[in-house]
Ligand binder design. Structure first.
Ligand code: ADP
Length: 486
């Protein structure tokens, strides 16, 4: 408890604008709650529209000199921050569990994953080469270079408070862009602590500005109206993403959008069922199911559905739900009451449409926003758990007859982010993989996120890729100079 008070005391509560921690211009604040207890953890400055404009000014003013820094300089800042994040794993993980709810062991896992982006983009920074080539006619020399796109607005969600920040901040730093980071209202503390480490790592004044606010629109509105902004990168829900894209159209802003998912998890009759259950636990229960990559629909061949459901159900029933700070907790609370009520409604809807609740199915009484790990069998295609993103520890099972049927069910959604296929037949895996309209595909594995891999969706799950060699390209523009061949 003393350690936690000291940690919260050491976490900045202000707005970072032009290298200074400031109060909001109108003195306004908002509270951050612990979803496991309902207690208030901290009170932070809530940015006004004037504060947002000040952050935009700072980012715009710093852009030119920041773009001129060497890639080595930027890489070194990222590597120093990588070392600091590693050194402060416990602090970051504890803050994350406090404000977001996930079990401490998962929070530590997220810190390590988040930090992969720092190292990866430190390595990519000096290697984002251009080219010097001849035109096919031989009359011109072409010089093709990559330049930073310019000041960026980075909007992050609450479910992965650190990884979603580093996945945007690290490539923006590597590319030479200045930034305004807008963390989610529910989980700003992790970002605030990370920002402190970025300052310690030597990020220059004005390059990184961080504006938390009770009102997302107060931050995004004035910044997206400003002609000096060149890009918006957003991770969050599809409706908000669409709204931001409409606003971005007025300024022809570059956009990167990581939106919702409705991930199918397909288990064929020739799958290794133990492996499939292991994968299912990871793909469903990581982050209490609050991940856009979560397995949302378990599509299981009719001949193995009973056995798979039995094994999966036993594992789900054995999980320990509780405060993420306590040893032995497997499942933390959902992020807020509204989230838990939404999950409960989806389960009710499935029941009304004839499905069976095999395990769990209810909210847990008492303080905090807990929901039991839940398995639903006999789910129908018109159920909301089949068509909507669940974002909770609920696993609906639906059966299929053959490959065509599985592919039809899997693709029958407007989303296209993560998908999973379990089969021991490699030809089938490739055949199915090519037919799935998804940006990410786990083959016999339940978690595939890695900083070296391009992460992103198709259809209404988004635009652009984060991570991989693709991740830095999102933050650069290409310039071509032609000159006569000598
Ligand atoms: P979720 O809350 O499920 O993560 P949201 O899309 O509501 O999904 O939120 C993701 C991020 O987008 C958060 O930082 C949130 O504050 C921000 N956000 C929400 N609405 C808007 C908006 N109209 N304009 C800009 N940012 C927004």
């Amino acid at each position: 408890q003393e350690n936690i008070s000291a940690l919260l005391e050491g976490t900045p509560t202000g707005l970072l604008i032009n290298g200074e921690w400031r109060d909001a211009s109108d003195g306004g604040t908002f509270d951050v709650e612990n979803p496991a207890t309902g207690d208030v953890l901290a009170t932070l400055a809530s940015a006004t529209e004037d504060d947002s404009r000040a952050a935009m000014d700072a980012a715009a003013n710093a852009q030119e000199s920041w773009a001129r820094t060497s890639t080595r300089e930027r890489s070194d800042i990222l590597m120093r921050a990588y070392d600091l994040v590693k050194e402060h794993t416990e602090e970051l993980a504890t803050l994350m569990t406090l404000e977001m709810g996930k079990p401490l062991k998962e929070s530590r896992g997220e810190v390590a994953y988040a930090n992969q982006f720092m190292r990866w983009f430190a390595e990519e920074a000096p290697r984002h080469y251009g080219r010097y080539a001849d035109t096919p006619e031989g009359n011109l020399k072409m010089i093709v270079t990559h330049k930073p796109v310019g000041p960026c607005l980075l909007i992050t969600p609450w479910n992965f408070p650190l990884a979603m920040a580093t996945r945007k901040v690290a490539p923006a730093v590597a590319a030479g862009c200045t930034m305004i980071l807008k963390p989610a209202r529910l989980t700003p503390l992790t970002s605030q602590y990370f920002t402190k480490l970025m300052i310690e790592a030597g990020i220059p004044t004005g390059v990184l500005n961080v504006v938390c606010s009770a009102s997302a629109a107060k931050v995004s509105g004035p910044i997206m109206d400003d002609p000096r902004l060149r890009k918006v990168s957003f991770t969050g829900s599809t409706p908000v993403g669409k709204q931001l894209m409409k606003t971005a159209a007025d300024r022809v802003l570059r956009t990167s959008m990581e939106l919702g998912g409705n991930g199918p998890f397909i288990v064929f009759e020739d799958a290794d069922l133990n492996k499939a259950v292991e994968g299912a636990m990871a793909a469903k229960m990581r982050n209490m199911g609050e991940a856009c990559t979560a397995a949302n629909r378990f599509l299981v061949h009719e001949s193995v559905a009973e056995e798979f459901s039995k094994k999966f159900g036993e594992r789900l029933a054995a999980l320990k739900t509780g405060n993420g700070l306590e040893d032995g907790t497997d499942v933390g609370p959902l992020v807020e009451k509204k989230a838990r009520d939404g999950v409960a409604e989806l389960v009710e809807d499935a029941k009304e449409k004839g499905a069976t609740i095999a395990v769990g199915g209810k909210a847990v009484d008492g303080a905090g926003y807990f929901f039991e790990p839940t398995l639903i069998t006999g789910v129908t295609e018109d159920s909301r758990v089949f068509t909507e993103e669940i974002f909770g520890p609920v696993a609906p099972v639906i059966t299929f007859k053959d490959e065509d049927h599985a592919v039809r069910l899997a693709n029958s959604t407007e989303y296209g982010l993560a998908s999973y296929v379990f089969t021991e037949n490699i030809s089938r895996a490739l055949r199915i993989g090519e037919r799935l309209e998804y940006g990410l595909l786990g083959m016999n594995v339940g978690v595939i996120s890695n900083a070296a891999a391009p992460f992103g969706g198709v259809k209404e799950s988004g635009l652009g890729r984060e991570g991989g060699a693709e991740g830095i390209a999102e933050y650069t523009t290409t310039q071509y100079m032609g000159l006569p061949s000598p």
